[in-house]
Design a binder for this molecule. Structure first.
Ligand code: 4GW
Ligand code: MN
Length: 371
């Protein structure tokens, strides 16, 4: 069937504005697709190459660069010799668990360099937690994603307390001013909402992967691209040997974070998760919405954002899991299988650094590590 468009010269002035309108609408639609791919209702597109517009369309294949092959020298993998026999290195859903000795950084770095990957590291420093920023950034410069493109995003209500840093090449730091909350539980939980909002507004245009961590920490060994994957979580250092009934999941069925005692894989830590911007958006959007549903019902999950994170990971399984090497606390005795401590809790004087007791929703400030 052919469609003929007949333009009557006399009435042409009537159709022209119509065509212009259609063109304008098309261009607005196109622009929205490109820049607002994280709209809650919009479909999510694969964003591995930011340089390429994010719609799966055969015409984009033509924009892909040709493949260049690089020779690499390293020890051959041996089928008869597993790299670790003392710990679980693969989940039943085929997600690797990252331990020292299970991967080759040279291979991984080469792969990620070829893809020109850009990593965002988000951290919150609200109120007195601003004091942790200096050590956090200084140690990250030594150990976090060395040689990769990195942007630090510091969310704070105290922009004047964030010191200036000299950063290595390819790295930058962005301070995002955010409100503080009266209750400390909200300070911790609202991180989900703020990461979600910035994913949509900023991160999706600026980075490929996000790594979201606590600030009261120091890097003390390498944390590199081996952690990156679609969506990853970290084994909590207090629960790697616990049974599923012992995990401190939310156990009240009224809460959206509820997990029954006959379910659960691992107990994941709230202080270290990440993935592609799209996947982190999905996770943080879920957690924030679940918290809001609970807030309406005047219920709050036992371990706040960590409980909602554990609920999400139970049904949306992480594609990679970081061992406790990536989130350690020296209050625990070092087990024999722990070969490296890459990211370690900075001891804090709870009375000096945390909210005053009368401001807290619970009677005593108890760290999540000491239950
Ligand atoms: C009790 O008074 C508080 S204050 C508990 C958390 C507080 C807090 C947390 C804060 O005042 N300011 C702040 O920026 N945070 C952020 O939330 C900060 O990034 C911190 O690392 C994260 C989680 O809190 P946390 O490190 O104290 O939690 P745990 O004990 O599980 O490491
Ligand atoms: Mn912490």
């Amino acid at each position: 069937m052919t469609v003929e468009i007949y333009l009557d010269k006399k009435n042409c002035w009537k159709t022209k504005p119509f065509i212009l309108c259609v063109l304008l609408l098309c261009s607005i639609f196109w622009h929205t697709l490109r820049h607002n791919r994280l709209d809650t209702n919009a479909p999510l597109f694969c964003n591995f190459q930011r340089s390429i517009i994010g719609i799966n369309n055969a015409s984009h294949l033509g924009l892909l660069k040709g493949v260049t092959l690089h020779r690499m020298l390293y020890d051959t993998p041996n089928i008869m010799r597993p790299l670790r026999i003392d710990v679980l290195t693969m989940t039943p859903w085929f997600a690797p668990i990252v331990w020292n000795g299970t991967y080759n950084s040279d291979i991984l770095n080469a792969q990620f360099h070829q893809k020109d990957v850009h990593v965002g590291l988000t951290v919150f420093a609200i109120r007195k937690y601003a004091v942790f920023v200096q050590t956090f950034i200084e140690t990250a410069e030594k150990f976090f994603m060395v040689g990769q493109k990195v942007t630090y995003y510091i969310f704070t209500d105290r922009i004047n307390d964030i010191p200036a840093f000299t950063l290595s090449d390819g790295r930058k730091l962005i301070v995002l001013e955010v409100p503080s909350y009266t209750r400390w539980q909200d300070v911790s939980m609202r991180r989900m909402e703020m990461i979600r909002d910035q994913s949509r507004q900023r991160f999706i245009r600026e980075v490929d992967y996000l790594v979201c961590v606590d600030v009261d920490m120091r890097f003390s060994d390498e944390v590199g691209v081996e952690i990156l994957s679609g969506i990853f979580g970290t084994l909590h250092p207090g629960f790697y040997s616990a049974s599923r009934e012992q995990f401190t999941y939310e156990r009240r069925p009224q809460s959206t974070a509820y997990i029954p005692t006959d379910e659960g894989d691992f107990y994941y830590a709230g202080g270290f998760f990440g993935g592609t911007v799209e996947e982190v958006y999905r996770l943080t959007n879920f957690c924030h919405n679940a918290m809001m549903v609970d807030k309406e019902k005047q219920i709050e999950a036992i371990w706040h954002d960590e409980s909602y994170l554990n609920k999400y990971f139970l049904y949306e399984k992480p594609t990679k899991i970081l061992s406790p090497e990536y989130l350690w606390d020296n209050n625990f005795q070092t087990p024999g299988f722990l070969k490296r401590k890459r990211f370690v809790a900075v001891p804090k004087n709870h009375n000096a650094i945390r909210y005053r007791r009368e401001l807290m929703g619970v009677s005593v400030a108890s760290g999540k590590f000491h239950r």
